[in-house]
Ligand binder design. Structure first.
Ligand code: ZN
Length: 382
């Protein structure tokens, strides 16, 4: 799950005054992309490919073509500036398609087309497919598939919006998104689930819109009671729909409360090198945002007091150990005990909160309207 940060009580919309994002099905706006390129393998020296309906290979620049039999493994390798398929040379990039529309790459199944490219002597493999098919392979990796349909639909709209707002991030590398946590985790057809596919289909082409533009949206597992202001997490971001809101819906989450005890020695190992100290005697909270999340901590060390951004502190110790920046810390001898709430950065859509809202009867439009106040949901054409 994608994550971010948090804080205490702010003037926020309660249940009764929750703004509701209304679907505007009359919008004539066009989505910025219909087909996208997803990087699925990087820096490989060998890639295996097959299909139960055979594969057609083509170099789209030169017109060179070849066909490969069904259920036969093809081995792709880099050779100088070319890609070879079973030792036949195809130039810098080769496009693969199959009549079944499914191609297996390194044992995983992918929809539509595969591009294999020689990138500085190693292979990059790209899955070229429609936005909606891409989402089929994303949503089940981002949320719990047996949750109510309305929260799955909220995730589908949020993930589609996130994708379309972040196109171009990898333009220099020749693809639109990666398949790891730096974009959204994408596992191809093997990660699909009928319920999340239904959620994608029932929200087809719907995006979150702010003043006519595709919104910048974020999501995280559990906010711990209040989502965070994006401006408190990332400098330069202060969209009004990304201000923190109260979330009285996520307390069923196993991440609602957490605690972890870390030895002084381990903290010194994890932090000392980067900040230039050897011994750590204390950790104190310096500043919190108005939603309760820590902004800065003071480390008392052998070289004096050091001010550390809480976000960085969390990254250095591991985002799955220090689950959020909404915590308190106490020292017990040579150990420090961290007691906190929520999991993730805390900005935008709280997934466990969406689950709680859906269990109480909210539809996906109301869920999105709660976490992104003032936005519209529109179905754009493609
Ligand atoms: Zn929440």
């Amino acid at each position: 799950m994608n994550s971010i940060i948090f804080s205490l009580l702010i003037l926020a919309a309660g249940c009764g005054s929750t703004p509701v994002a209304k679907p505007d099905m009359t919008s004539s706006r066009r989505l910025p992309a219909k087909i996208i390129k997803v990087s699925i393998v990087e820096n490989a020296l060998t890639v295996t490919v097959s299909s139960d309906s055979g594969i057609k290979a083509a170099n789209l620049a030169t017109g060179q073509k070849a066909s490969f039999e069904a259920n036969k493994t093809i081995v792709a390798r880099p050779l100088t500036k070319s890609v070879t398929l079973n030792n036949e040379q195809f130039g810098r990039e080769v496009s693969l398609t199959s009549s079944s529309g499914i191609i297996e790459v390194n044992g995983r199944n992918y929809r539509d087309a595969i591009l294999i490219r020689n990138n500085k002597g190693k292979l990059t493999v790209i899955n070229k497919l429609s936005v909606e098919e891409y989402l089929y392979g994303v949503i089940a990796r981002e949320i719990i598939v047996n949750w109510p349909m309305e929260v799955l639909k909220a995730q589908a709209v949020a993930s589609r919006t996130y994708l379309l707002a972040n196109l171009g991030k990898y333009a220099e590398s020749g693809y639109d998104v990666s398949s790891d946590v730096y974009s959204q985790v994408y596992g191809g057809m093997d990660s699909e689930n009928p319920r999340t596919t239904q959620a994608v289909d029932e929200t087809r082409n719907e995006v979150i819109v702010w003043h006519g533009e595709i919104a910048k949206v974020y999501f995280h597992a559990c906010c711990g009671g209040h989502t965070d202001n994006t401006s408190d997490v990332w400098d330069g971001e202060n969209e009004p729909y990304l201000d923190g809101v109260r979330c009285p819906y996520c307390y069923d989450s196993p991440h609602w409360k957490w605690n972890v005890t870390i030895s002084r020695n381990e903290l010194e190992r994890a932090l000392g090198k980067g900040f230039g100290f050897t011994t750590l005697s204390d950790i104190q909270i310096d500043k919190r945002s108005n939603t309760g999340r820590i902004k800065t901590l003071i480390l008392s060390t052998d070289i004096g007091e050091i001010c550390v951004q809480a976000h960085r502190f969390r990254l250095l110790l591991g985002v799955n150990r220090i689950k959020s920046t909404m915590f308190s810390v106490t020292r017990r001898g040579s150990y420090f005990k961290f007691t906190g709430k929520g999991w993730g950065h805390g900005v935008g859509f709280c997934q466990w909160g969406g689950y709680g809202m859906a269990k109480r009867g909210a539809d996906y439009r109301k869920i999105i309207g709660h976490y992104f106040p003032g936005v519209e949901i529109e179905r754009w054409s493609n």
